[in-house]
Design a protein around this ligand. Structure first.
Ligand SMILES: [Zn+2]
Length: 378
């Protein structure tokens, strides 16, 4: 089944982690042996060949560059918005290079979406999850050759809007194909308050939302703090999704959505992508201390979050996958039984085992996000 992954930070990995994502995952890991500058060195789970192997033919891929906030800077931040802008433009240059090499294809409108879906539908993928687990050598050779050549479709998104220096930059980004924005990341941002922070949108943030709406840019409510989340529902009447977000009822933390928030998003016909970052999947995770094994964390956990959203919605219409698998963590912070992103191909069978119909499994695998984009871009 075609898998739509609503959140990957591919360009960040290429440029800041210095990963050549066109190479096999073993090679990428080997080249990082001995490096200690990032916690996930030699443990990455994402590269383009593994995406193809798992049938992850469409994704939402980010530009991401935050600015520094002293009180909230567990991660690197740029000293100015112009530096952040330049960083995101470098990331775009990488996506463009991938397009030129035939490795990726940017999807920016309904026509492009249909063209890409047709391309992947016409090239059948190894569908059984057992062949995925066994590795690429298990498949028919011709089919593998065809799969290896398919470009990964991507919808360009911006995670945290700090890099948007002025609304002119926003317009320029739209022309470059930017189609979704999450206004905040962690802590306070230039326009909005993110995970761990409090308070609503500032005046510039309200202008940003207005301009996003005018341009038809999707609002990604992931990472908005609760105050901003509820404000956004009033301030923004365009299409909104949550690209990578789990359930607070299962893992208590403001990074996750409360049941009330999920209900509000269902009313807006949003789609919520379930994420595979360990600390968002199971409670009481301590970064760098808890291990997937000690927490008993397996891929099945993401199905619990998906199922929770479906139970609240009363249907499978609002659930999808936004793995976040390359979001500055690797195997040390992902389910123990997941080697690479190709393992996403096992989720459909897990949903079926829970009693989900074939039609509903397809909705969760890709159908909901595809429908969402068709409607947003009609
Ligand atoms: Zn994120």
């Amino acid at each position: 089944m075609l898998i739509f992954d609503a959140h990957l930070d591919l360009a960040m990995n290429a440029l800041e982690w210095n990963r050549d994502l066109t190479r096999p995952i073993d090679e990428i890991r080997q080249r990082e042996n001995g490096l200690i500058d990032k916690p996930d060195r030699a443990r990455g789970t994402v590269c383009l060949p593994e995406m193809r192997r798992g049938g992850v033919g469409v994704c939402v891929a980010t530009q991401i560059a935050r600015i520094e906030h002293n009180a909230y800077s567990p991660v690197f931040g740029w000293r100015s918005q112009t530096q952040a802008w330049a960083q995101t433009q470098g990331q775009l240059a990488w996506y463009r290079a991938m397009e030129e090499a035939g490795q990726m294809a940017q999807i920016r409108d309904a026509e492009g979406l249909e063209r890409h879906l047709k391309l992947w539908a016409e090239t059948p993928l190894g569908s059984s999850s057992s062949s995925i687990e066994m590795g690429p050598g298990n498949n028919d050779k011709d089919e593998n050759d065809r799969k290896r050549k398919l470009p990964i479709g991507y919808i360009l998104s911006l995670e945290g809007a700090d890099s948007i220096v002025t609304l002119k930059h926003l317009e320029h980004s739209y022309e470059q194909g930017l189609r979704a924005i999450g206004p905040a990341h962690y802590g306070p941002g230039v326009y909005a308050n993110g995970t761990g922070a409090t308070g609503g949108f500032n005046a510039n943030g309200r202008e940003l939302l207005k301009e996003m709406q005018r341009l038809g840019i999707i609002l990604d409510v992931t990472h908005l703090c609760d105050d901003c989340f509820w404000e956004a529902l009033d301030l923004f009447s365009g299409p909104m999704w949550a690209s990578h977000q789990n359930c607070r009822a299962l893992v208590p933390h403001n990074r996750q959505f409360s049941d009330e928030q999920i209900k509000a998003l269902v009313e807006r016909d949003a789609v919520i992508g379930a994420a595979l970052d360990a600390w968002m999947l199971v409670p009481s995770w301590v970064r760098g201390k808890t291990t997937p094994e000690s927490a008993g964390l397996t891929l099945e956990k993401i199905v619990e979050h998906i199922d929770h959203v479906c139970q609240i919605a009363g249907s499978a219409r609002h659930s999808g996958i936004g793995s976040d698998l390359d979001g500055a963590f690797g195997q040390e912070q992902t389910p123990a039984d997941l080697d690479t992103i190709a393992g996403l191909a096992r989720i459909p069978a897990m949903l079926k085992a829970r009693g989900y119909s074939e039609a509903n499994v397809t909705l969760i695998g890709h159908g909901n996000f595809v429908r969402f984009l068709r409607e947003a871009w009609s």
